[in-house]
Ligand binder design. Structure first.
Ligand code: KIV
Length: 285
């Protein structure tokens, strides 16, 4: 088995020009299968709210939710880097609170790193976490926790002031000690310029092929959702159809009596049958 992926592996991969593949995971069996596939990192993302909990945004996701799912995912795997997302308002109130919340994701949840949305305004928190031994993955571009402030889930970085701010933000985050940065829904040319400027790897989602790695939301990439699918997603499977077909067959077989068949049924052994014969025939006790 190959060695566990660490934040150092991320940096080495960027230096060697090897691309990093990250996928979201929220549960034990999925995390195990993703580990088997060779992904480098698992993100327990607050996308949980939208793809698992049925919310319209990521805002209602709590620290307890991410803690619960991170502890499940981190129990399942030994090789990928497990990154826990910091939900809305768990890293915005104060540096002290951010440190406490991130610390719980590491010590109770078993995460290897945390991910934090925000630019230069969170650099101080990033610095304090890194000083405390908590690796931080930054997240700029479309930051879904700010969906209402941004006016929707739209591409970020089309205009000069936005791009200048993004370049300033990633520079501050790198200087604060972030080990990587997610670029979400950023034009490919801008993502490439950010990637060239940084020594830490960029992980893109809807940010083109020029990033040092990519991340996709498990339910979107596996076609395991009936909800909105972002344009940048690529479907690698169609689990929704597979599940509906399988469940339909089950319903049909239950109704026709084909399920359970002999292979799914427990029968009495001959001696048990002989002993129970009178009862089975309905004779009095
Ligand atoms: O919550 C999440 O899954 C994310 C990724 C889309 C980067 O933040």
């Amino acid at each position: 088995m190959s060695k566990p992926v660490t934040v150092r592996t991320f940096l080495n991969m960027k230096q060697a020009g090897q691309k990093i593949a990250m996928v979201t995971a929220y549960d034990y069996p999925t995390a195990k299968l993703l580990e088997e596939s060779g992904v480098h990192a698992l993100l327990v993302g607050d996308s949980l709210g939208m793809v698992v909990q049925g919310m319209h945004t990521t805002l209602p996701v709590t620290l307890e939710d991410i803690l619960y799912h991170t502890s499940i995912v981190s129990r399942a795997v030994t090789r990928p880097l497990v990154v826990a997302d910091m939900p809305f308002l768990t890293n915005q109130v104060s540096v002290e609170e951010t440190l406490k919340n991130a610390g719980r994701l590491m010590s109770v949840g078993g995460a290897h790193a945390v991910k934090m949305e925000g630019g230069a305004e969170v650099a101080e928190s990033v610095y304090r976490l890194v000083q405390a031994g908590i690796p931080v993955m930054a997240h700029v571009g479309l930051t879904p926790q700010s969906v209402h402030a941004l006016g929707g889930f739209s591409v970020q970085g089309r205009k000069k002031p936005e791009v200048e701010k993004m370049l300033d933000d990633v520079t501050s985050l790198e200087q604060a000690g972030a080990f990587s940065v997610v670029l979400e829904m950023v034009p490919a040319e801008v993502a490439e310029a950010v990637t060239a400027r940084l020594t830490i790897p960029t992980i893109g989602i809807g940010a083109g092929a020029g990033c040092d790695g990519q991340v996709l939301v498990f339910h979107d990439m596996m076609g395991f959702t009936s909800g909105y699918i972002p344009k940048h997603n690529k479907r690698y499977a169609n689990l929704a159809d597979t599940i509906v077909q399988a469940a339909r067959s089950y319903v049909e077989e239950v109704q026709s009596g084909a399920f359970p068949g002999p292979d799914q049924t427990v029968y009495l052994k001959p001696d048990e049958h002989a002993e129970l014969q009178p009862l089975l025939k309905g004779e009095p006790l």
